[in-house]
Design a protein around this ligand. Sequence first.
Ligand code: ATP
Ligand code: MG
Ligand code: MG
Ligand code: MG
Length: 574
Amino acid sequence: MRTSQFPLNTIKETPADAEVVSHKLMLRAGLIRKLAAGLYTWLPLGLRVLRKVENIIREEMDRSGALEVLMPAVQPGELWQESGRWDMFGPELCRFKDRHERDFCLGPTHEEIITDLVRSEIKSYKQLPVNYYQIQTKFRDEIRPRFGVMRAREFLMKDAYSFHLNQESLQETYDRMYETYSRIFKRLGLRFRAVLADTGAIGGSMSHEFHVLAESGEDAIAFSDQSDYAANVELAEALAPAEARQPASRPMEKVATPGKTSIAEVAEFLNVPPEKILKAIAVMIAKRDLDREWEEFCLLLLRGDHELNEVKVGKILGKFRFATDDEIEQHMGCRAGYIGPIQITGAKGVINMVADRAVPAMSDFVCGANEKGFHLVGVNWDRDQPTPLHVHDIRKVQEGDPSPDGKGNLHIARGIEVGHIFQLGTKYSEAMHATVLNEEGKNQVLIMGCYGIGVSRVVAAAIEQNHDERGIIWPEALAPFQVALTPINMHTSERLREVAEHLYNALLSEGIDVLFDDRKIRPGVMFADLELIGIPHRVVVSERLLESNQAEYKGRQDGEAIQIPLEEVVPFLR
Ligand code: ATP
Ligand code: MG
Ligand code: MG
Ligand code: MG
C-alpha cells in the first residue's frame, strides 16, 4: 500500500475529551473517529487492525470445532419476555417498536436468539454437543460510555454459545474454550491473565474472565505468587481466609463500624440516601427472581441511580445456596425465598453485611443464611424501625494478603476484561423450553455455556499495554502493516525512486505487508507519523545511503537505527 493511495489520518493535537492513552492514540493515529457518544467509525487503518484480531479469533474458534453463524442485531422483544430478561435488563437494553407496535431491541448479547434457534434445530442428543459462534455488532446503552472503543455503546463481540446434554460435556467444552482463549490472546501477543470471576447467584457454576494487564484497567485482579490462583478482586475478597479479613488490621479512610450498624450508617458511609439501599434490596426480594445473573439485577437496581454503583446479594462467601421454603419457614416463620449475604458498593467503598436477627415478614424483608449456618438476614423495609445489619467486613484485598488457596501471597494488578467464559446451566433453556430427546427417548432440558470476547476492546487494550511517548507499538500480529518503507526526498531523485519502487515490489512479492510512504513531506514528519501508527519495522532509503549501497533499518522499539546492505533488506525482513 502507498500512502498516496492510503491516506493516513493522523493528527498532532491530543483530543480534548480522550482520557486514556489508547483512546488518544486511536484518534491521533487515525484508527477511529467518533460519531456520537459510544459510537465510532473505523477508518481504513483501524479496520486493518480490527480484522487481524477478528481473523485470529475466527481461526482459533474454527480450530476448536465451534461453528460460525451470524444472527441479527435486532431482536424481537417476545423472546426476551420469554426468558424473563425484558423486565430485568434495565436501561442498557435499547428497546424500540416497529411500525406494527411490536417490541424489539438491539442485541446486547444473544442468549435468547441462539436458544430459540437451537430449540427448533436441535432435536436429538445425537446432534450434541454443539458450539455456535458469531462475530457481530452488539449494542449496550452503557450508562457511561468512555475510553473510546474500550467502553463503547456499539461494539464488536465474538460470542459463542454451547449446548449439552450433561454437565461433563459442558465442562469439556468450557475447558476447550479456556484453552482456545489462551491461544487467542497469546497469538495476539498480549500479556494477559485468566482469572476466576464472580458467578453471581447460580451456585456451582463456573466463570473465568480474561484480562489484558494494563495500569489503566478498570478491574483489579489478584493472583498468587506461588500458585495458579487468580481471581478478580471482588471474588478474591469473598474467598480470602478469615485471618486476612480482620477489619481491625485494615484501616479504611472512614468506615461504618464493623458490628451492628444501622442502615443509616451504611447509607452515610456509601453516601447515598437510605431509601435507595432499602429500595434496592426490597426490589430484589420482591422479584424473587433469584436465579438470574447479578449483573441484570444490578442494572435493574441502578436504574436512574448514579450514586449507588452496585448492590449484590449472596455472593460474598462465594459458595452459598438458596434455602428451601421449608427451611425458611422453620427459621423465620414465613416463606421468603432468599438466603445469603449482601454486598453494597457505593462511590466510597464496599460493605459486606449480614443482619443478625430474624425478621419475620414476607416481601418486605430480605432474609437469609449462608452455608455455614442459618444466619438470618433481615433488612427492614419499614424506615422507622430499621433492622440492625451486621457489617462483617469492610475492606479491600491488599497486596501481600494470603492467597485463598493457602499457597503464597496475593499480588494485585489492574486488568481490562477482554474475554469472559461462563457456564450458564439451564437458565435460558429452561425458561425457553429448549429440550432434546435423550437416549431414553425422553425430553431433557439442554445445558448451556457462553463465551464472549470484546473484539473491538482488544484493539484498545493492546494499545494500553503497548505504547510509548511517540505512539502505538503494535504486537506483530496486530500491526496494520509490518514494514514502513520510507524514502527520503524521493521526489528529487529518479535513482532513489527506482530503488524504492524495486524494494517495495520485492517486499510485496515476499508477502510482507508494507506501507510505502511516497508522500512529498519532510522526513521528520514522515517518521513521526509512522511511529505514531506503530508500524513494527522501518526501512529508510536515501541518496546518501545509496552511495554505500545501504539501507537503514530501525525496529519500532529500537534505540538506534542500523545500516544493512540494500540486497539484504528483503532476507532480513523475511
Ligand atoms: P464490562 O464488565 O467491561 O462491562 P461485561 O462483563 O459487561 O463487560 P460481557 O457481558 O462479559 O461484558 O461481554 C463479553 C465481552 O464483551 C467483555 O468481556 C468485553 O470484552 C466486551 N464488552 C462488554 N461491554 C463492552 C463495551 N461497552 N464496549 C466494548 N466491549 C465491551
Ligand atoms: Mg458491562
Ligand atoms: Mg464484567
Ligand atoms: Mg463479563
